[in-house]
Ligand binder design. Structure first.
Ligand SMILES: Cc1ncc(COP(=O)(O)O)c(C=O)c1O
Length: 357
């Protein structure tokens, strides 16, 4: 019998969240961002589940785009990091992938013969990737000379602080983007990670790019996914494999970092950082068993962690413990571990089977 530590993937919740994204995108179309193995949920199953709703997908790289084809889907796939070699351009053209062109090397690799449909990345202040706004005329001129002007789909940019509703940065980036691209009204424009879908008055132009919200984690600082009307897609659960009572002065786990001050009924759960559960989640991090919230005790090990069962006396070996999902949000666990839901979801390791339902 395999260990019953699993990540349950609720595809209905995923489809529901996509509908929320599309409704919030208004007249823009939402392309489903499924990079990093569908944010850890399994790129093939996620893409297949969204195939009837999403008319475009977005991934980081060619390998991920090919996964979508391997799933039997023929939608266009935007490659947000573009190509890493000139040969990849031929594959993109043949497969209907739309790479983002963001640097001079990629520009030089393009020839009329190899050019797929592609997007031009504008650096509006994130300063990760993209051409400077002032360079767009030059770049489009060079593309024209190389015979590659026609396959330019449009412009993309990415927001640095859309998750922070108090930051003026998104308004400023939008202003820069609008000015930079105004001379080419015939080309499309794409902005908008998940957080931008919740910013009042934020234009999303032709294509928005929701990622984390599709998986039901919150993209907005200080607001829960539930408050945003999103449903959790992944439930990480593992069995209780031992229960015991520890007496005052007894400790649990590595480093003996948690010491009981009264008699405490505790349990060991078969999940640890080897499964992607964050080691930095300390005592007090929430989990749930039998519909009740419980707390972690002591340090997370590679294959197990300890929980306090004193409030759930009926809990017994074999019970399923939810580490995150419906009762405990992944964002809560992330915050206890000093990180973000994105990292936890994408960090669930290959040892954990994804069970779609
Ligand atoms: C360029 C780009 N667009 C869209 C997204 C989706 O962002 P989010 O998951 O915050 O919705 C990402 C994610 O990192 C990205 O890099």
């Amino acid at each position: 019998m395999p260990r019953s530590t699993v990540a349950r993937i609720n595809l209905e919740a995923l489809r529901y969240n996509f509908r929320v994204a599309q409704a919030r995108a208004g007249t823009a179309q939402a392309m489903a961002v499924v990079k990093a193995d569908g944010y850890g949920h399994g790129i093939r199953s996620v893409a297949k589940a969204l195939a009837s709703q999403a008319s475009k997908f977005a991934v980081a790289c060619l390998e991920e785009a090919l996964e979508i084809r391997a799933a039997g889907l023929d939608q266009p796939v935007v490659m947000l990091q573009g190509v890493h070699s000139p040969q990849d351009l031929d594959v993109c053209r043949q497969q209907g992938f739309e790479p983002v062109l963001h640097n001079r090397a990629q520009l030089e690799w393009l020839t009329a013969a190899s050019a797929p449909l592609f997007w031009l990345k504008v650096n509006t202040g994130m300063n990760r990737l993209g051409f400077r706004p002032d360079d767009l005329s030059l770049v489009l001129g060079e593309l024209e000379s190389a015979g590659c002007r026609i396959p330019v789909q449009g412009f993309v940019t990415h927001f640095a602080c859309a998750d922070d509703t108090t930051s003026p940065m998104t308004v400023e980036q939008t202003r820069i983007f609008e000015r930079a691209t105004a001379a080419w009204p015939e080309l499309m424009r794409s902005v908008g990670n998940s957080a931008a879908h919740f910013l009042p008055g934020q234009p999303l132009y032709d294509w928005s790019r929701p990622g984390i919200m599709l998986y039901g984690a919150s993209p907005v600082i200080g607001t829960t996914a539930k408050e945003l009307g999103l449903r959790p897609v992944m439930t990480l659960e593992a069995p209780l494999i031992t229960t015991r009572v520890v007496g005052p002065g007894e400790s649990i786990g590595y480093g003996s970092s948690w010491v009981a001050d009264t008699e405490t009924r505790m349990g060991m759960v078969a999940v640890g950082y080897g499964d992607g559960y964050p080691r930095h989640a300390g005592t007090g991090t929430p989990a749930a068993v039998r519909g009740q919230r419980i707390r972690l005790l002591g340090r997370v090990s590679m294959d197990m962690l300890a929980v306090d069962l004193s409030q759930v006396p009926e809990a017994k070996e074999g019970d399923r413990v939810e580490l995150w999902g419906e009762q405990v949000s992944v964002d809560e666990v992330a915050s206890c571990a000093g990180t973000i839901g994105y990292e936890l979801l994408t960090g669930v390791t290959a040892r954990v089977p994804r069970v779609c339902q």
